[in-house]
Write a protein that binds this ligand. Structure first.
Ligand code: F6P
Length: 553
């Protein structure tokens, strides 16, 4: 267990960063680039097939040295090792967080409670391999002996976002005859729209829930089961069509899933870190097990980098510290994830859960209130689309949101000059955000257009763009399984490293519980046939009454 440490904001390293920020306030990145022709080369680093250009940040060598000193003072290297060693890094739930074990392709044993967990991890991968092979080779078929055509994954949160991201990211690697769909929401429209186009005879349902207690998932599973039974399937066919992934096999068996159709999960894997486990089955079924293993191997390469690279060249650590720099010293509340890759369009949604559920905390891992900001609001979307929507705020708004621009050097789909245009768009955004446009430049531009002086005066102020907005550019050759694995692992480790600096438990999520607790009572009050009883606040009461007025006659 980590020793209680001095308050973060009282550390000399923290104070030094505060002072340094004051000095940096009058510096413009334009000047930094003008002064140092070598800036790109100096602030560029690579690992696991990913390259990071972090030269367009409000940093100098001094900034980096101060940030690294803070990381060392917070014992980041020791805490990274603790993660890999299987120490209890999730203090509130008294557990390790061993997603790295799921992609541990080395011979290293990893102990939990004195037991090596690797044989079980490898055993589960072997079971997945066999299952995927049986489905894909059409050995395992539906009740009318037709091969499966569709897989429906029912799960939410981490049991949804990770696999959904990876399935979409690796669409070019889908081969075979299987289509994959996801049902997450308790909004009936979601499952209705999925069931509308599939055939029960050729559909396999994967019920994905670590706890096997999540309301949305269990209710959607009941609907899927009823639909199956009303459309030709019989009770004795359920075991051919329903498979579960869970850490609570007894609950799945009680629910009616055949014991031999249950894949394990473990307490030591957090939901938002679970796509590497059997929760990744929807992906493995569509891309095949070989590609799924490549995904794991890419993540493993990033793991080794995170564990062994010096902090100064450590990609997740650099990204984490830059986030601390802006969040804690420049007042940035948000961080944008902007993939310039259609296949990676699900990345912001996955990282929202990963980062915001991990580091959206207001007490330390020991339960003390924090007096500094913690995890940022993660937002974003696919480029270039965002340029015609929210980038305006990035360029001229009053709020600061650093951004990661993520782009492949090569596309899976060369179409006309599209990729060069996409790439140009990406670079022009980071360049514009960095350099901005001065009033003098705006005026010259307008004058060159031949506008009369009063028009130049009127428009110039609107056309000024402050610039000096920090961005990272993350590049890779092409979004292959290895690269996608490394990319997701990079953000997992960035999140952990920030949690270490902020002294958080990045692996619990108590904040999501209150809504679930209150939801049970509200549901009961919405559905109760008797007149409205009990009362909470007038807003909730009023809204309950409104709902009841439409549903009780
Ligand atoms: O409500 C949040 C959460 O607990 C997430 O952390 C988790 O990924 C999701 O719900 C789904 O949980 P489960 O896999 O247990 O159904």
């Amino acid at each position: 267990m980590a020793e209680a440490r001095k308050r973060l904001t009282e550390l000399e390293e923290w104070q030094a960063l505060r002072k340094h920020q004051g000095e940096m306030q009058s510096v413009h990145m334009r000047e930094l680039f003008a002064l140092d022709r070598d800036r790109f080369r100096r602030y560029f680093t690579e690992a696991a097939g990913l390259s990071l250009d972090y030269s367009k940040n409000l940093i100098t060598d001094d900034t980096l040295a101060l940030l690294m000193a803070l990381a060392r003072r917070c014992q980041l290297p020791e805490r990274i090792e603790a993660l890999f060693q299987g120490d209890t890094v999730n203090l509130s739930e008294q557990r390790p967080a061993l997603h790295v074990a799921l992609r541990n392709l080395s011979d290293e044993a990893i102990q939990v409670d004195g037991q090596d967990i690797m044989p079980e991890v490898r055993g589960t991968l072997a079971r997945m391999e066999e299952f995927v092979w049986r489905i894909r080779s059409t050995q395992w078929r539906g009740f009318s002996n037709k091969p499966f055509t569709d897989v429906v994954s029912i799960g939410i949160g981490g049991s949804f976002l990770g696999p959904k991201l990876v399935s979409a990211a690796l669409k070019p690697y889908w081969h075979g005859h299987l289509n994959c769909h996801y049902v997450a929401n308790i909004d009936g429209s979601h499952i209705t729209e999925v069931l509308r186009y599939i055939n029960p005879e050729t559909t396999l349902f994967l019920i994905q829930s670590k706890s096997f207690r999540t309301q949305e998932t269990l209710e959607n599973t009941k609907v899927a089961r009823e639909w199956f039974l009303h459309n030709g399937g019989r009770e004795e066919h359920i075991s051919k069509h329903f498979v579960a992934v869970t850490a609570k096999p007894e609950a799945a068996i009680d629910f009616g899933i055949a014991e031999e159709n249950i894949f394990p999960m473990w307490d030591w894997v957090g939901g938002r870190y679970s796509l590497w486990s059997a929760i990744g089955l929807p992906t493995a079924l569509t891309i095949g097990m070989e590609n799924f293993r490549s995904l794991l191997s890419g993540a493993h390469t990033m793991d080794q980098h995170f564990r062994t690279a010096p902090l100064e060249r450590n990609l997740p650590v650099i990204q984490a510290l830059l986030g601390i720099w802006y969040g804690n010293f420049w007042g940035a509340d948000a961080h944008a994830i902007l993939p310039y890759d259609h296949y990676l369009r699900g990345l912001p949604a996955h990282l929202q859960q990963l980062d915001m559920e991990s580091n959206g905390k207001c007490v330390t891992q020991h339960g003390d209130p924090v007096d500094y900001d913690t995890g940022p609001i993660i937002w974003g979307g696919a480029g270039a689309n965002g340029q015609h929507a929210y980038h305006q705020l990035l360029h001229q708004g009053t709020r600061l949101s650093p951004a990661d621009f993520i782009i492949p050097l090569q596309t899976h789909n060369p179409v006309a000059s599209h990729h060069a245009i996409l790439f140009a768009n990406c670079l022009s955004q980071t360049q514009a955000l960095m350099q901005g446009k001065t009033e003098a430049e705006a005026r010259t531009e307008l004058e060159q257009q031949g506008l009369p002086p009063e028009e130049v005066d009127r428009l110039a102020r609107h056309k000024v763009i402050p610039g000096n907005k920090p961005t990272n550019t993350l590049l890779f050759e092409r979004a292959t399984p290895r690269i996608v694995g490394a990319l997701i692992a990079l953000y997992e480790h960035k999140t952990y490293a920030q949690g270490v600096i902020w002294d958080l438990d990045s692996f619990d999520q108590w904040g999501v519980e209150l809504g679930k607790q209150l939801g049970a009572d509200i549901l009961q009050r919405l559905q109760s046939p008797s007149p409205l009883s009990g009362s909470s606040d007038s807003s909730t009461d009023g809204l309950i009454a409104l709902f009841r007025s439409r549903h009780h006659h």
